[in-house]
Design a protein around this ligand. Structure first.
Ligand SMILES: Nc1ncnc2c1ncn2[C@@H]1O[C@H](COP(=O)(O)OS(=O)(=O)O)[C@@H](OP(=O)(O)O)[C@H]1O
Ligand SMILES: Nc1ncnc2c1ncn2[C@@H]1O[C@H](COP(=O)(O)OP(=O)(O)O)[C@@H](O)[C@H]1O
Length: 242
């Protein structure tokens, strides 16, 4: 996990945003297959690590053809296609993965996700952001903020993120995702180095002072329920290290 320390109560300049994105990228470069990269120029070079991954993908083709019970469904058979993740990665010249931003509301997840997406896009990398706010407008519009609803929200986004990674896309998930067990369940869906967790280590006081949506105010006055504002400190590790 990589942690981004909270900045002071100022608006981030585009330069600061791109520096943030660079920190994340440099911290995790090896894990997304960008070895020895000069971040100022050579992002677009073909990714060496992909060759190894393709080997792994080939051995992964031996998925059982036996009918299985999956969840509530019976007689489910995995359908393989001759075009696989490896082929898509080679086409895109990048490695599909999930970069998971976690942190309190107002910690800067969406801002950093956008800066990272913009930075990668400028370097010719295909990204897609799954933002908690946005996904709750559609796929997850049936969910609220009780712990079990948050868990289902995170589970679904984890599954969608896995599909994006399988498509060869760098998927940036941006969710509060306060409970470690929910994040760990998403991590378990992917090969270890394909899931990069970034904790925005911003103190509750700073997030509450920002409060761009007025959520902390509403939570403190009891007007919204199931807020994690007050117990936020306990839900996240005190420090996270890359
Ligand atoms: N309790 C409560 N009531 C009303 N609204 C709330 C509540 N908690 C969170 N939010 C807002 O919902 C945004 C998305 O939350 P997430 O899907 O990221 O949350 S979670 O991962 O499921 O915990 C989240 O987005 P961010 O502010 O960008 O974090 C908040 O705007
Ligand atoms: N590094 C930063 N320093 C100061 N303010 C920031 C920083 N990153 C984001 N912000 C501001 O904090 C507020 C919340 O950011 P946002 O990205 O929406 O957080 P989240 O998605 O975690 O709720 C916004 O007003 C944003 O401009």
């Amino acid at each position: 996990m990589a942690a981004i320390q909270g900045a002071g109560p100022f608006s981030p300049s585009p330069l600061a945003k791109s520096r943030f994105a660079r920190i994340v990228l440099e911290t995790n470069a090896t894990r997304i297959g960008l070895h020895g990269v000069d971040f100022r120029s050579s992002f677009l070079k073909p990714i060496k690590a992909m060759a190894n991954d393709c080997g792994a993908a080939v051995s992964g083709k031996n998925l059982s053809q036996m009918a299985k019970t999956v969840g509530k469904a019976t007689n489910i058979v995995w359908h393989k296609c001759s075009v696989d993740k490896c082929d898509r990665q080679q086409l895109l010249e990048q490695k599909g993965c999930v970069i998971w931003m976690t942190g309190l509301s107002g910690s800067g997840k969406s801002t950093l996700a956008c800066a990272l997406s913009r930075g990668l896009h400028a370097r010719g990398k295909l990204t897609y952001i799954l933002d908690g706010d946005n996904v709750r407008h559609g796929l997850n519009s049936d969910l609220g903020f009780k712990a079990e609803d948050r868990a289902e929200n995170i589970r679904r986004i984890g599954e969608v993120a896995k599909l994006f990674a399988d498509a060869g896309i760098i998927c940036i998930a941006s969710l509060i995702s306060p409970y470690r067990k929910d994040r760990d369940a998403c991590r378990a869906l992917l090969p270890e180095r394909d899931f990069i967790e970034v904790f925005l280590d911003v103190p509750l006081e700073v997030c509450e002072a920002r409060d761009p949506k007025g959520l902390y105010k509403l939570a403190r006055s009891g007007k919204i329920k199931d807020s994690i504002t007050t117990e936020g400190r306990e839900l996240f590790p005190p420090k996270c290290y890359g």
